[in-house]
Design a protein around this ligand. Structure first.
Ligand code: GAL
Length: 652
């Protein structure tokens, strides 16, 4: 069965193994009644599928799938490799990951495996193969999910013996000789020269900071281990299940592995969206902002991830898990405002997702997540999210298909830059993610739809404007794309600040030769309460002193006399981390020059143009007037958007 990827759908994460069989048929019927058409199954079910090594017990899953299929539901089937059963530890006692603190993870929750343990990786290939052989051509199966949320619970970087051994082999492969490694890392500093690869430990437990080149290679290695782990399962499954996309469900604000590299082996990107939990736990914002959106989630955070993962999925995007009510795992877990489940669904569709699958069908009265909402309460009475899903399902009848259209603006996001920022933040306040996200927020306040692109800047010439904040290394491809395209590009700060082995480039950053006649001569970080003011805003947290050559032109000076931005041809370099006002000034100036229309978007409102429509969502707890955003009228909603409201405007 091949899925029509363009069709917008609702799905749900369902755990038949948690409920008596007698309940399955009624559950399936009710799902269909509410407009759900896809069901995700089995991602934590290994100990039921294989209760003892080699003893397979797939019967319950056969029956559950048959029950769902009898109602016309289709299945996204998962490999259960995020939860190795207890017996696996008898077989592979050394398969537990070891944290950066040197402590092995214990059994009794999930994700307790080590990506570098080849014995466990082979077990994963074995179970994926068994599942593929049994269900690969099953009529109800339309897609596969591999594992569950790589990186959840801080599980990418393991300091196990397996990781150490494989890291040494990785270094040997990359550097060939120990002399090459010594010079690439600058080990002459502090007498760190090695004679053999076997001497190299993982960069933990050093007296003070380890060599950043060492850590950078370890982070890169750890990311590559995830790629290899994922690829092994994908390769095993693909020939067994022709025509069914293979995906993984990524998380919010997770940067420890290169999602583009993992995504290259998959057919689409999916991610798990928990807006209220994210705002509490991982969005960097002040208390006033967190208060205003405590029951809605951050108004830009989900949109950013939709755009990011649409890039990772090369245009194919699903939301695999959507918060249906309060979660259990954030610092505080408020109930979302009425209307938010509907809004989050529509926002995902607006950004190109063709499926929103809600986590989970029924709240579990037992084990770790008993305080986490489902669409049904534990006693099967409906929770508030269910009616909102049913509303979305009805509304989708008028907007059945997604069509991905290119945005006018590109924003670069790069995982290695996040690692580099983590290794030398130069300040307690610097994170690469927040730098890029601040640019994203500013673009959104101007009503600009954004495509996120990868660090090689491919397709740059297809955009009318691009932003490249903090891209720590410019590859030769990126340099060629930058210099070849005539697209206006805002670069900086911290662009091309390090070589791939973590040195300062010989000619000083940004090292763009004749294209950009400037050098960064100093990078300073400053207190949050000491911004450096300029005419159109301020630089905050990170600031660079630049020496400007005759070919480049200083566009604006800060109050202390140093350049804020410098232009040459289609490139603008910004010598620090702009505050909201300065970002917006720089973006608007370049957008105006490029003929890209901007709007004044009220705070808390999200706007996204996609496939002939402009989607407008109101994260505020109060109504807003959006008539100026809809010059050609509305296909859904109207000019006054209610709290948590959604409108769809016609584009001329
Ligand atoms: C996700 C995870 C789910 C469930 C959910 C709870 O991170 O994939 O299995 O734990 O969080 O919000």
């Amino acid at each position: 069965m091949t899925l029509n990827w363009q069709q917008r759908r609702l799905g749900v994460c369902y755990y038949p193994e948690h409920w008596p069989r007698e309940q399955w048929a009624a559950d399936a019927r009710q799902m269909v009644e509410k407009g759900i058409s896809l069901v995700r199954l089995a991602e934590f079910s290994w100990s039921l599928l294989e209760p003892e090594p080699g003893r397979l017990a797939f019967g319950w899953l056969d029956d559950a799938m048959a029950t769902l299929a009898a109602e016309g539901l289709k299945v996204i089937l998962c490999t259960p490799t995020a939860t190795p059963p207890r017996w696996m530890l008898e077989r592979h006692p050394d398969m537990l990951a070891v944290g950066m603190d040197g402590r092995p993870r214990g059994f009794g929750s999930r994700r307790h495996y080590d990506f570098s343990h080849i014995g466990y990786r082979d077990e994963c290939v074995r179970i994926a193969t068994l599942m593929g052989e049994r269900y690969g051509k099953h009529d109800a199966v339309v897609a596969w999910q591999l594992d569950n949320e790589y990186g959840c619970h801080d599980t990418i970087r393991s300091t196990s013996m397996a990781a150490r051994t494989r890291f040494q082999a990785y270094l040997r492969e990359h550097y060939t000789t120990i002399g090459a490694l010594n010079s690439a890392w600058g080990n002459v500093f502090w007498s760190m020269l090695y004679s053999r690869f076997e001497e190299i430990d993982l960069p933990i437990a050093t007296v003070t900071e380890p060599n950043p080149s060492h850590t950078y290679d370890f982070y890169r290695f750890a990311s590559d281990e995830v790629v290899a782990f994922n690829r092994a399962q994908a390769q095993a499954l693909r020939p067994l299940s022709p025509g069914r996309p293979i995906v993984h469900n990524y998380m919010g604000r997770t940067v420890e592995f290169d999602h583009y590299a993992v995504g290259a082996d998959l057919d689409a990107a999916t991610w798990d969206s928990y807006p209220v939990g994210f705002l509490e736990n991982v969005v960097a914002a002040d208390d006033e902002h967190k208060r205003a959106f405590a029951r809605q989630g951050d108004p830009d955070f989900q949109a950013f991830h939709h755009d990011l993962y649409r890039a990772v999925g090369r245009g194919a995007l699903w939301v695999m898990e959507q918060q249906p009510g309060p979660v259990n795992w954030a610092q505080r877990n408020p109930v979302p405002l009425p209307g938010m489940v509907r809004l989050w669904c529509w926002e995902a569709f607006a950004h190109g997702a063709s499926l929103v699958s809600v986590f989970r069908w029924r709240q579990a009265p037992f084990a770790q997540e008993q305080m986490h909402a489902g669409l049904l309460l534990p006693d099967s009475t409906p929770g508030p999210g269910l009616a909102e899903c049913a509303t979305v399902a009805r509304e989708l009848l008028a907007f059945p298909a997604t069509a991905i259209t290119r945005a006018p603006v590109a924003l670069v996001f790069d995982y290695a830059s996040a690692w580099a920022g983590e290794i030398t933040p130069h300040s307690v306040d610097f994170t690469y993610f927040d730098l890029v996200f601040s640019a994203y927020r500013a673009l959104r306040r101007l009503g600009l739809s954004v495509d996120i692109i990868g660090p090689d800047l491919d397709e740059l010439s297809q955009y009318q404007l691009a932003l490249v904040p903090g891209l720590v290394t410019l590859s030769e491809t990126a340099k060629a794309n930058l210099t070849r395209a005539s697209t206006p590009v805002i670069l900086g700060p911290r662009v091309n600040a390090k070589t791939p082995t973590f040195h300062i480039p010989a000619d000083l950053p940004p090292d763009l030769g004749a294209c950009l006649d400037l050098k960064v001569t100093a990078a300073e970080t400053i207190r949050p309460d000491c911004p450096i003011n300029a005419q159109h805003g301020a630089l905050r947290l990170w600031r660079e002193h630049v020496s400007v050559g005759p070919e480049a032109k200083v566009d604006g000076l800060a109050d202390d006399g140093w350049p804020v931005s410098v232009g040459q041809g289609h490139l603008t370099y910004v010598a620090g981390w702009p505050d909201d006002a300065l970002w917006q000034h720089l973006i608007k100036k370049n957008a105006d020059a490029a003929g890209v229309e901007t709007f004044d978007v009220p705070g808390g409102v999200g706007v996204r143009d996609m496939g002939g429509h402009r989607f407008i969502v109101n994260y505020n707890a109060y109504e807003v007037n959006v008539s100026h955003l809809a010059p050609s009228g509305f296909a859904l909603g109207g000019p006054v958007l209610e709290p948590t409201g959604v409108a769809i405007a016609e584009l001329p």
